[in-house]
Write a protein that binds this ligand. Structure first.
Ligand code: SAH
Length: 471
């Protein structure tokens, strides 16, 4: 960061601008939002500037700037639209001790003016160090749309209410109150008129004081397979409001970064056959935080209800009398099947699909192998890497066609996604030889759509054409 954003108090200070054309007009429109004393030097000023001068909004001196003219100015803008004149006027202002900006000349400017979203007294300044003005404008447009136009008025009324709102405990309760005011109750009241805002604030406070007596809450949230764009809006909201996030090993960094900055992040990573936090400890942690009145997000990869030991956690939470709800997520099988351009079910091929786990708490998991060995069956196997040889053996023993396709999708939906396409006869040692290190989903009975001709390994089959191929 080369340019450090600050908000400069311009009340009663001088701001001097040289120039009288379009560049000057654009800057003056912004500067006139301040309470600074603005002086414009322009031998041939635009009529609009003359009108502003007549209306007392600024002082216009109809000659070029001379040494001493920018004395005591806090800021100076060279808006001469002429490189040589800009250079001359900037040098004068610099000598007079003002901070200098030359319009459209980043290199010779001491400061830059950000894109501004004005909801005075709420001001959002957006800067890109001059790198991407288009992006700054797009962000500005986005914020203009998102921030209620009444925000400024709401902030002014809200400011006078701050003492009263201190009746709520510091932290989440107070934060929730203000969020509710600015984005919900406030704008709603404003739509009937400014005089409705004060009574709405009183009601809202009473409401929140009551709510505060409430206990904590646990949201069991499915974080999806890793790509943050596959999070649900509800998951994002829960992360945004979390006081505590208790997360698993498979949750990607990008997703964790979406949690509220003040949230306490607790890693309870569990690894198959590896080091892990015992389930009882996880249950206790969730309950402990829930009982403090915190908004707890229990973040699980994929969908929380699929091989997530969710019921044990729900039982612990309900036994402690803490409320909970579940936010569904995209399970690994859905993400993995999308990456190979296939469907989990298909008319005429399989009318059911099995979600299996490769191992359970006792070791390799047993299943109805005989049923699975039937032609056309499709199974999505979670945690199936270590048990691949066992699964292969069981399926062969029950007479599966050895040419039945098997696909491993590692890191589905993530940048390092890999697809390994093989058959039951060769799934081992193919898998071991490939040495996949990340989480992988195993499909029995499905081959990548583009690889029906048995290509052993396809890196990233994510091309949109492939996804859209007709059934
Ligand atoms: N609740 C999760 C599954 C947890 S079990 C869900 O719904 O997806 C963990 C197993 O899920 C891993 O061993 C792996 O088999 C699978 N898995 C999770 N994320 C995956 C990903 N991005 N790509 C492939 N498999 C994944």
């Amino acid at each position: 960061m080369n340019h450090f954003p600050i908000f400069l108090n311009t009340a009663g200070r001088r701001i001097v601008l040289s120039g009288g054309g379009d560049a000057a007009l654009a800057k003056l429109r912004l500067l006139m939002k301040t309470t600074a004393h603005i002086t414009v030097f322009a031998p041939d000023a635009d009529d609009q500037i003359k009108t502003w001068a007549k209306d007392g909004k600024l002082r216009l001196i109809d000659r070029a700037i001379e040494p001493g003219d920018a004395m005591c100015a806090a800021l100076f803008y060279a808006a001469d639209e002429d490189a040589a004149e800009d250079k001359r006027t900037a040098a004068i202002a610099h000598a007079d001790g003002a901070l200098v900006n030359i319009v459209d000349n980043l290199a010779d400017s001491q400061f830059i003016t950000p894109a501004i979203v004005d909801r005075d007294p709420v001001t959002v300044a957006i800067g890109t160090e001059g790198a991407a003005p288009v992006l700054a404008r797009a962000i500005k447009a986005d914020l203009e749309e998102r921030l209620p136009t009444s925000l400024g008025t709401l902030a002014r009324i809200g400011k006078a209410f701050r003492k009263a709102a201190d009746a709520l405990p510091f932290g989440r309760p107070r934060r929730d109150f203000w969020r509710d005011y600015y984005f919900n109750a406030g704008p709603k009241a404003m739509s009937t008129g400014e005089e409705a805002v004060q009574p709405a604030l009183d009601d809202l406070l009473a409401d929140h004081l009551m709510k505060d007596a409430r206990k904590g809450h646990v949201a069991f949230v499915g974080a999806g397979p890793g790509d943050p764009e596959l999070l649900t809006l509800k998951a994002r909201k829960a992360l945004d409001e979390a006081d505590v996030v208790i997360y698993d090993r498979l949750i990607s960094k990008e997703i964790l970064e979406l949690a509220r900055r003040e949230a306490t992040m607790i890693d309870v990573g569990k690894e198959a056959f590896g080091p892990s936090t015992p389930q009882e400890t996880i249950n206790e942690l969730i309950v402990e935080h829930g009982l403090t009145g915190a908004q707890v997000v229990r973040l699980k990869s994929g969908d929380a209800t699929v091989f997530g030991r969710l019921d044990e956690e729900i039982e612990a939470v309900t036994a402690a009398g803490v409320d909970y709800h579940i936010v569904p997520g995209i399970t690994a099988a859905s993400a993995a099947v999308a990456s190979i351009g296939q469907s989990l079910t298909r008319r005429g091929r399989n009318s059911s699909v099995r979600f299996l786990t490769g191992h359970d708490t006792r070791g390799f998991a047993d299943h109805d192998w005989k049923a699975l060995a039937q032609p056309g069956e499709v199974a999505a196997i979670y945690m199936g890497k270590k048990s691949a040889r066992f699964i292969q053996g069981r399926l062969m023993m029950h007479g599966i066609d050895p040419e039945t396709p098997v696909t491993f999708v590692e890191n589905a939906s993530r940048a390092d996604q890999q697809v390994l396409s093989t058959t039951v006869a060769e799934m081992e040692p193919t898998l071991t030889e490939a040495g996949l290190g990340g989480p992988a989903l195993t499909f029995i009975g499905l081959a990548p759509r583009a690889a029906l001709a048995a290509i052993p390994e396809i890196p990233l089959p994510r091309a949109p054409e492939q996804m859209q191929e007709a059934q």
